[in-house]
Design a protein around this ligand. Sequence first.
Ligand code: FE2
Ligand code: FE2
Length: 159
Amino acid sequence: MGKQARAIVDLSLKELVKDLNKAYADEWLAYYLYWYLAQIVSGKAYEDIQEMLNKLAKDELEHATELADLIIKLGDVPTANPMDLEKNANAPYLMPPKNTADINRIIRIVAEAEAGAIEVYNKIAKKTLGKDHVTYQLVTHILSEEVTHEEMFENLLER
Ligand SMILES: [Fe+2]
Ligand SMILES: [Fe+2]
């Protein structure tokens, strides 16, 4: 981002990048969690859940990529050390269940993670509305995908 592009951001750049880096950490934790759950899930009809988890994992990695790109555009860098990802995240890592066939527990974990993501992006969207159009556009795009993710897994619970 050039000088003028940064100048039109009507927010503290430092605070904005901090929020984006926290969301970036959340995305890596979500990516790892869903990817991991997709590997270990077992039991009855596990293939459907595995497929959904792999799809979500792919989306979360894409979100991390989009956030990294924006952080760099804003003149900073994303978290360099993976050890710092959980420290920087908005919420602690949700541990997978010991019982890999406990699909209900897995669904609840994903629904909880998605609810957290929705809260995070809603907050950043409110902060950037009318103040940083580029960030606003990205976070509302990510938010709409998290809304879809939550719905996918909540629907499974209602069955
Ligand atoms: Fe995400
Ligand atoms: Fe998600």
